[in-house]
Design a protein around this ligand. Structure first.
Ligand SMILES: [Zn+2]
Length: 309
């Protein structure tokens, strides 16, 4: 059992430069392909049962379709899957619902798509009251990491991703974005699923998962913060569907964003965790194994589809 993750589903790419959305035509074809190969889960399949049987028969390669970040277009995707009788998991970021705040990762996507790098940088520096780091070795590292970007963009990205503090950046980007949108609340209304849509998706037979409250890598949170976040998520999921076992999709999902030393805390109220990395769980208990189920991106799946034949 594995899962495939989707983010943006859009036909127009120029709206969000650099985030590589997948278009609806391709999405539809990919889903039809999985269905035709009998390689995905149906709405009527019981997930727990399926996972049990899968553990006994590793040759049964199936891909669960998952969607991260609770984007507005996922409602259309949920309907499309329902029409084909296919089950999906939809992971929601809490702050888009509770605080009506845009998660930092999306403020960054959005600002980077509408502002030239030097303007974005200038606005940031004005608010922070200092220059971003553009030392020789940082620029070198940045260029190595972001090989498709020019030096200016690479250095900015490196500062955003690895140098600036989360809270500082969250504060600064909220100030900057104010000048370009009506309000974060209206932005959330336009770009993220509403609570009614989430409830509706669940009624269609899909699973709703928790993607944490602020989409911060969980390795950056302390025990208490993780506990608070998971309790919030558990209560949220419980209100939507009391009887279901709870799913957690780790933000970013890569090894360095998964708090491997805190699996006991996490598995106390969540039953399934979804990563984006292949983690060796051979010597772990079943509870913990289920918290480290692997997902892959559509690129990873469809560039190598022989194994479905
Ligand atoms: Zn995400």
């Amino acid at each position: 059992m594995s899962a495939v993750v989707y983010h943006y589903l859009r036909n127009k790419c120029n709206l969000n430069k650099g985030i590589h959305p997948i278009d609806w035509f391709t999405f539809n074809n990919q889903i039809d392909y999985l269905k035709q190969k009998n390689s995905t889960l149906y709405l009527t399949n019981d997930f727990d049962e399926f996972l049990e049987s899968y553990n006994l028969d590793v040759n049964k390669k199936k891909y669960l379709i998952t969607f991260d970040d609770g984007l507005k277009e996922h409602f259309e995707a949920a309907k499309l899957l329902k029409d084909k009788n296919i089950k999906g998991i939809f992971a929601i970021i809490g702050c888009t619902i509770f605080e009506k705040k845009i998660p930092l990762v999306h403020k960054l996507h959005w600002l980077r798509s509408i502002l030239k790098p030097y303007i974005f940088r200038k606005e940031l520096e004005n608010i922070l009251g200092r220059s971003l780091n553009s030392d020789g070795d940082i620029v070198k590292k940045a260029k190595k990491m972001h090989i498709h970007d020019d030096e200016q963009t690479a250095t900015l990205k490196y500062n955003l991703n690895f140098i600036l503090d989360y809270y500082e950046l969250d504060f600064a980007t909220s100030l900057i974005i104010k000048n370009y949108i009506d309000s974060e609340e209206l932005f959330c209304k336009k770009y993220f699923l509403s609570i009614d849509e989430i409830i509706n998706i669940n009624k269609m037979g899909h699973e709703i998962a928790w993607h944490t409250n602020f989409h911060i890598p969980m390795t950056k949170l302390n025990d208490q913060e993780i506990l608070n976040d998971l309790n919030l998520g558990f209560d949220f999921l419980n209100k939507i569907n009391k009887n279901n076992k709870k799913h957690l999709c780790y933000p970013y999902g890569r090894l360095d964003a998964i708090p491997l030393n805190k699996m006991e805390i996490i598995s106390s109220n969540f039953s399934y965790g979804w990563t984006l990395d292949n983690i060796d769980t051979k010597f772990m208990t079943k509870n913990i194994k289920n918290m480290l189920l692997q997902r892959i991106t559509t690129n990873e799946l469809f560039k190598n589809i022989e194994h479905l034949r």
